[in-house]
Design a protein around this ligand. Structure first.
Ligand code: FAD
Length: 405
C-alpha cells in the first residue's frame, strides 16, 4: 500500500500542471496516475493534429511552473491577429495585438508538446510519483481517506483525490457527481495543412451555419484546422479522398489562404457541452474537462482547466501554509466558489455564440452581422472582449499572473 497526501487521476495538460504547481510550493507527497504511457519526445517532422490556442494567462502559468522554456524550444506558434467573418453576410471582427500594445494574443501549441514538457518537468520533483500507464479499478472512501485499487492490484491511499481525467472522467462517475449538458449536433474535424498564401500569424475563423472553420497558424506556413460541422458531414470529410478534401476546405474557407497544398491525417471529435453540479465532494475535487466541457469555437477549454488547476493549487498551498487540512470542506469549498461561476459564465457565452452563428433566421443574421461590424468599430468594447479571451480579466490565481511567484 502506498500513502500520499494528494492523488491526481489524469496526468493530461491540466492534471500535470496542477501537480507541478503543488510540488513546487509545498512538501505534500503527490501521485499522478494516468492510463496512458508517458510520451516520447515529439517529432519535429510532423505536427500533432490536436493543438490548443493557449491564452496569455495560461502562458503565465507555464512560465511560473518552469515549463514554458521547454515548450518554446520544442515548438510554439504565436498568433498576433484574429480575423473572424460570417459566411452569411458582411460581418467581420478583427483583433490585433498591437491595439493592446501586447506582443501576441496567444500561442497555438500542439497538445503533445505541452504534455511532454510537463511530463519532463514532473520528473524533477522529489515529492511527485508518476504511476503510468496504470488504470484504476475501484475507489472507496474510508475514514477521511480515499483508497484507490489499481488494475495491477496495488492499493493507493490519499487525503485528497483530484479527478483530472478528462470529459469521460472515471473519478466523476465513481463519485456519482451529476453532469448537466448535452451532445452538440456537431463534431470537429481536425488536421493540419500547408497553404498557398502565408497565414500572417493570424487565427482565421469563418462562421458557417453548420459550424465554424478555423485555420490556426503553425510554423513553416502550416495551419491547424478545426472544422466544426454536423456529425455526418464531419465523417464525410474524414473519409473523402485527399484531393476532394483539399477542394472542400478551400471552398469552405472562402479561399482565404489560397490553395491547400498538402494535408495530414484527419481525426473527428464529437462535441459536447456539460458542467458538473458539484466540483467537490468530501476528500475529492474535479478540475478541467472532468468538470466542464465546451465547444472549441473560442479555444477556451484547456485554458479554463488550467485556471481551475491554478485556483485549486493556490487554495491548497495557502491551506497547507496555514496548517489547515487540505481536504477540509471549507478549503475545498473555496476552490469551488472561485471557479464555478467563472467557468459557467464563459460556457454560457460560448454556447450563445455557437447558437447565434448557427441561426439562419433572417433577423438574427442581420443583427449578428451588424453587431459584429459595430463591435469591430468600438475599440473599448473590442479590447475588453479580447482581454477576456486572453484570460487577463477576472479573479486570477497568482499562478496565472506574470512573474508573481
Ligand atoms: C477539436 C478540439 C479543439 C480544441 N481546441 C482547444 C483550444 O484551441 N484551446 C483550448 O483551450 N481548448 C481546446 N480544446 C479543449 C481541450 O482539448 C480540453 O479542454 C483539454 O484537453 C482538457 O484537458 P484535461 O487535462 O482536463 O483533459 P484531457 O486532455 O482529456 O486529459 C485527461 C488525461 O487523463 C487520462 N485519463 C483518462 N481517463 C483516465 C483514467 N480512468 N485513469 C487514469 N487516467 C485517465 C488521459 O490519458 C489524459 O492524460 C479543444 C477540444 C477539441 C475537441
Amino acid at each position: 500500500m502506498s500513502q500520499f497526501d494528494i492523488v491526481i487521476v489524469g496526468g493530461g495538460m491540466v492534471g500535470a500542471t496542477l501537480a507541478c504547481m503543488l510540488a513546487g510550493e509545498t512538501d505534500l507527497s503527490i501521485a499522478v496516475i494516468d492510463n496512458a504511457a508517458p510520451l516520447k519526445k515529439p517529432s519535429i517532422n510532423s505536427f500533432d493534429i490536436r493543438v490548443s490556442a493557449i491564452t496569455r494567462a495560461s502562458e503565465n502559468i507555464f512560465k511560473n511552473i518552469g515549463v514554458w522554456e521547454k515548450i518554446r524550444t520544442l515548438r510554439i506558434s504565436p498568433y498576433r491577429d484574429m480575423h473572424v467573418w460570417d459566411a452569411k453576410g458582411n460581418g467581420v471582427l478583427h483583433f490585433d495585438s498591437a491595439d493592446l500594445a501586447e506582443p501576441t494574443l496567444g500561442h497555438i501549441i500542439e497538445n503533445r508538446v505541452m504534455q511532454y514538457a510537463l511530463q519532463q518537468r514532473l520528473k524533477s520533483f522529489e515529492n511527485v510519483t508518476v504511476i503510468a500507464p496504470a488504470s484504476c479499478k475501484k475507489m472507496i472512501e474510508n475514514d477521511g481517506q480515499v483508497v484507490l485499487l489499481l488494475e495491477n492490484d496495488k492499493v493507493i491511499t490519499a487525503s485528497l483525490l483530484v479527478g483530472a481525467d478528462g470529459s469521460r472522467s472515471w473519478v466523476r462517475q465513481q463519485a456519482n457527481i451529476m453532469v448537466r449538458g448535452w451532445d452538440y449536433d456537431q463534431a470537429a474535424l481536425v488536421t493540419y495543412v500547408k497553404t498557398e498564401k502565408p497565414h500572417q500569424e493570424t487565427a482565421w475563423q469563418r462562421f458557417m451555419p453548420n459550424g465554424p472553420l478555423a485555420f490556426l497558424p503553425l510554423t513553416e506556413g502550416y495551419s491547424s484546422i478545426v472544422w466544426s460541422t454536423i456529425p455526418e458531414h464531419a465523417d464525410e470529410l474524414k473519409t473523402m479522398d485527399e484531393t476532394e478534401f483539399k477542394k472542400a476546405l478551400c471552398v469552405a474557407s472562402d479561399n482565404i489562404l489560397g490553395e491547400i497544398l498538402s494535408c495530414a491525417e484527419r481525426g473527428v471529435f464529437p462535441l459536447r457541452f456539460f458542467a458538473v453540479e458539484n466540483y467537490i465532494k468530501p476528500n475529492l475535487a474535479l478540475v478541467g474537462d472532468a468538470a466542464h466541457t465546451i465547444h472549441p469555437l473560442a479555444g477556451q477549454g484547456v485554458n479554463l482547466g488550467l485556471a481551475d488547476a491554478a485556483a485549486l493549487a493556490q487554495t491548497l498551498v495557502d491551506a497547507s501554509n496555514e496548517a489547515k487540512a487540505i481536504n477540509s470542506k471549507s478549503v475545498l469549498r473555496r476552490y469551488e466558489r472561485w471557479r464555478k461561476a467563472d467557468n459557467l459564465a464563459m460556457m454560457v457565452a460560448m454556447d450563445g455564440l455557437k447558437n447565434m452563428f448557427g441561426s439562419e433566421l433572417g433577423l438574427i443574421r442581420e443583427l449578428r452581422n451588424s453587431g459584429m461590424n459595430i463591435v469591430n468599430n468600438l475599440p473599448i468594447v473590442k479590447n475588453t472582449l479580447i482581454k477576456q479571451a486572453m484570460g487577463l480579466t477576472g479573479d486570477l490565481s497568482r499562478f496565472a499572473s506574470f512573474n508573481s511567484l
